[in-house]
Structures are given as structure tokens and as C-alpha cells.
Write a protein that binds this ligand. Structure first.
Ligand code: DX5
Ligand code: ZN
Length: 230
């Protein structure tokens, strides 16, 4: 007796989801150990803030270089800095594997993304929660990753903005229409409670800072997030 064919799995949620712990929430006095604890992650997310584009200063090139020396993880660098084009080569040489820039921070987003690729790095574009998604649409064919900020950038530990889910769905549709396999990454307030919904909406990379490093160590935090996606 033949088994009836199963309906095709829906597109959203069927992609494997990568996890990218943000080292912004780790103990920098123990950076090497913190990175070892998340060795099972897909990326290490590296948040660079300049006190101008965002109202906070985090860290810069020497910390990225130290993380690079301490870990073989893919270094996913999120530049929250004005005119990031000034520093692309420096971040590439310090160990970035991917560099994501804000569309609001540069006058020439297309050129900036091209420069990242010319350095041999994965090019990402991102935008603040208050910026219309249309701002990144013209460059979608030129990126390896689109980062949806689900909090206003500048600080870890903020509450997830629920409107971000619809933004992920729209971007997934636009990328599918283009035939692009660019990643959709979500950053800010990601927890085990919203991870599944984000994956179902079409996200393929989830950044989490406080949810991973917040309580009982990075390995346990990462495992909780992974378990929420099964
Ligand atoms: C926010 C940063 C985030 C931050 C996320 O400006 O871009 O990457 O570290 O932290 P959580 O996961 O705690 O919201
Ligand atoms: Zn970030």
C-alpha cells in the first residue's frame, strides 16, 4: 500500500538556524574562556560601538584581534560606527570574517558593501528599527547577510521589539523573489521564548548576548537557545 505523499514543508522555518552569541555580554577578563564556552556556536558576534552612531562605546580592533587569536569561530563583526568605510580594512586585518554596516551610517552603502567583498569578507547590511526596510532593498542583491535590529542598537539586555517579526517575513519574501541565499540575522532581545518564531518568520542567524552569557555560562545559555529551536 502506498503511503500518501506528505505536503511539502513550508519554506519558512525549514532552514537550519545559526546561533551567534554576542561577546558584548561576556566577561572580558575571561575572553578566551568565554569563547571556548561557545565553541559550539556558528558565529561569534562582535559589537563595535563608537559613542557617536550609538550612545555607547563598547570596544574596537584590539578586542577583535584578541578574540581572533583565542577562537576559530567565524567573527561576525557588527559595526555601529559613523562612516564605517574608514575602518573596513582595519577590521578585516584584525580578524573579521563578516562585516555588517548600518545603512544609516554611510552615505554610500553600495560602495561600502563592495569594499567589504573586495577585502574577501562576507558583506552584511543592517538598519535600525525606525528605518524603513525599503532603505536596504536596493542592495539586497549585493549582500551575504541582512541584519534586522530588533532593539535600538547601543546596549545589550533590551526588550525585543515585536514588529521585527514582520520585518523578517518581508525581507524573506524579497530575498526569495531575488533568488538570494543571503542570511537573515536578528539582533536584540533574542531569547529561547522568541527564537522559534523568528526562525519560522525566515531568520537564519540569531544573535543573543544576555540570553547566552547572562546567567549560568555561555555553554548552558547556548544550549537553551538551541533546544528552543528543535
Ligand atoms: C545591540 C547589539 C547586540 C546586543 C544584543 O546594540 O548590537 O548585538 O549585544 O544583546 P541582547 O541579546 O542582550 O539583546
Ligand atoms: Zn549586534
Amino acid at each position: 500500500m502506498s503511503v500518501p505523499a506528505q505536503p511539502a514543508a513550508p519554506d519558512s522555518g525549514s532552514r537550519p538556524v545559526k546561533l551567534a552569541p554576542s561577546i558584548l555580554s561576556c566577561d572580558f577578563a575571561r575572553l578566551g574562556e568565554e569563547l571556548s564556552a561557545i565553541a559550539g556556536a556558528d558565529y561569534a558576534h562582535v559589537d563595535v560601538m563608537d559613542g557617536a552612531f550609538v550612545p555607547n562605546i563598547s570596544f574596537g580592533l584590539p578586542i577583535l584581534a584578541a578574540a581572533r587569536r583565542a577562537s576559530p569561530l567565524f567573527m561576525d563583526v557588527h559595526l555601529m560606527i559613523e562612516r564605517p568605510e574608514r575602518y573596513l580594512r582595519d577590521f578585516a586585518e584584525a580578524g573579521a570574517d563578516g562585516i555588517t554596516v548600518h545603512v544609516e551610517a554611510t552615505q554610500h552603502i553600495h560602495r561600502t558593501l563592495q569594499s567589504i567583498r573586495e577585502l574577501g569578507k562576507r558583506a552584511g547590511v543592517t538598519l535600525n528599527p525606525g528605518t524603513p526596510l525599503e532603505a536596504v532593498r536596493p542592495v539586497l542583491a549585493d549582500v551575504d547577510l541582512v541584519l534586522v535590529m530588533s532593539v535600538n542598537p547601543g546596549f545589550g539586555g533590551q526588550k525585543f521589539l515585536p514588529a521585527s517579526l514582520e520585518r523578517v517575513r518581508t525581507l524573506r519574501r524579497w530575498l526569495d523573489e531575488l533568488g538570494s541565499d543571503a542570511e537573515i540575522e536578528v539582533d536584540g532581545g533574542v531569547t529561547p521564548a522568541n527564537a522559534r518564531a523568528l526562525a519560522d518568520a525566515g531568520a537564519t542567524v540569531l544573535v543573543a548576548g544576555s540570553a547566552v552569557f547572562g546567567s549560568d555560562g555561555g555553554a548552558a545559555g547556548l544550549e537553551r537557545l538551541r533546544a528552543a529551536l528543535v
